[in-house]
Design a binder for this molecule. Structure first.
Ligand code: IMP
Length: 176
């Protein structure tokens, strides 16, 4: 069924059932890879909140979970636009980090996050994303766990928004 989010029409793309099945598979992979590592999961807000909650319910080993965000603020010069990573209150030195993203598009957001995290000397960093748009990706870093590779089209739902709306939808919709 087609739905309207603000001024745009979207149609069903990835069903709730397909998402649930894949999220459990991803969590099982993580449980195998991290059962003895006490990982720190860093979930990138806002879009990853729903994916993270479902994923973490099926991760069956000890772990820590934190939420991070890139906050834009203007530097001293009005032309400077710095993106600061906020939300890490713990020392990540020596920890095994898994970044949890909702979607990787060009990869710029994650490149920025990776640069800032690597400065803090974690033992390892891996990347998990629910959705990945290979045609839009412009970076060279490796993405370790991908839920679904999708076309280069705009999607909403299951945490992802269109202009702040649609995050609560229980499945993923694509722009018509
Ligand atoms: P990137 O830096 O180009 O990889 O973009 C990542 C961010 O752009 C994501 O975390 C989303 O917030 C947003 N984004 C990219 N593609 C979509 C989409 O299809 N729907 C909703 N948000 C998107």
């Amino acid at each position: 069924m087609t739905i309207k989010v603000k001024d745009l029409q979207f149609e069903p793309y990835i069903s709730q059932h397909l998402i649930n099945t894949r999220v459990i598979e991803l969590a099982n992979r993580l449980t195998i890879d991290y059962h003895d590592k006490n990982p720190l999961f860093l979930s990138v807000l806002n879009g990853s909140f729903m994916f993270t909650a479902d994923l973490m319910k099926s991760f069956l080993s000890p772990c820590e979970i934190s939420f991070i965000k890139l906050a834009s603020y203007s530097g001293l010069k009005s032309t400077e636009n710095v993106q600061e990573l906020i939300g890490i209150n713990e020392n990540i030195d020596g920890k095994h980090i898994v970044i949890i993203e909702d979607i990787i598009d060009t990869g710029l957001t994650l490149k920025n996050i990776l640069l800032q995290l690597k400065n803090q000397k974690p033992a390892s960093i891996k990347i998990m994303t629910l959705l990945f748009k290979p045609e839009a990706f412009k970076e060279t870093f490796e993405i370790d766990y991908v839920g679904f590779e999708i076309e280069n089209k705009f999607v909403v739902g299951y945490g992802l928004d269109y202009d702040g709306n649609g995050r609560n939808l229980d499945q993923i919709y694509v722009l018509k």
